[in-house]
Design a protein around this ligand. Structure first.
Ligand code: HEM
Length: 198
């Protein structure tokens, strides 16, 4: 059952990217500003999958359904996949590989600096997501490294918050979701520490 569900999640997660490719190839409606539209769409899905990855452990704890953990790597890799598409759109379509303009953006526009930081936080996690890397690093070190996902979620929300000009309602909602998910983890680990001391 889990294998079937994983296939379903995998196919569903590819739908947004496929939709963009189809719209681009068929001259579909990508609005008056297609680059901005694709950048926003891929950025939104990167944040969506990153946040979804953080829901896996709470779902397992609250429902006791342990196989849900088998979805975590795939969801995390989809966050990286959409984050990479998002970055590539910016490099190729927005900045036309202009290294100087990109360097200036990264240094001088805080929301780009934070977006790039988010991408760089996700990169080592994607690289070390394989079982081989878990073995090489050892479970404890691997788990510690993968706590960078928490920081990435915070910087992703900050990136969104910073780029929005006036209406901050959506980044605010994501901020709440991430705060609740990270708060629950902190609460559980504090409780675990307390019960191991007593
Ligand atoms: C992988 C980590 C990243 C995540 C999770 C992320 C997330 C987002 C989100 C949620 C949005 C807004 C989408 C919306 O309006 O609905 C966005 C927009 C944007 N992001 Fe990112 N981003 C990431 C990395 C980056 C990087 C590395 C860059 C460039 C160096 C970048 C540049 C932009 C730009 C230019 C916009 C559109 C700004 C505008 O609408 O004027 N992002 N991103």
């Amino acid at each position: 059952m889990v294998a079937g569900l994983k296939t379903l999640v995998f196919i569903s997660a590819l739908v947004p990217a496929t939709r963009l490719v189809v719209l681009a190839l068929t001259g579909g409606d990508l609005t008056a500003n297609p680059i901005e539209y694709i950048t926003r769409d891929t950025g939104w899905y990167a944040l969506f999958f990153l946040t979804l990855t953080l829901t896996v452990t709470p779902i397992r704890r609250l429902t006791g359904w342990h196989p849900v953990i088998r979805f975590r790597r795939m969801l995390g890799l989809f966050a990286f996949f959409y984050g990479t598409l998002h970055l590539l759109v910016w490099i190729v379509l927005d900045r036309f590989f202009d290294a100087e303009a990109m360097g200036e953006d990264i240094l001088k526009r805080p929301f780009i600096t934070v977006g790039m930081t988010t991408f760089l936080l996700l990169l080592p996690l994607a690289i070390t997501s394989t079982s081989g890397w878990i073995r090489r690093l050892g479970g404890r070190r691997w788990a510690r490294l993968h706590q960078l996902a928490y920081l990435a979620a915070v910087t992703a929300v900050l990136h969104f918050w910073w780029l929005v000009k006036s209406d901050v309602r959506e980044p605010y909602r994501w901020g709440w979701a991430v705060a609740v998910l990270l708060g629950a983890r902190m609460w559980w680990s504090w409780q675990a520490g307390r019960s191991s001391r007593s």
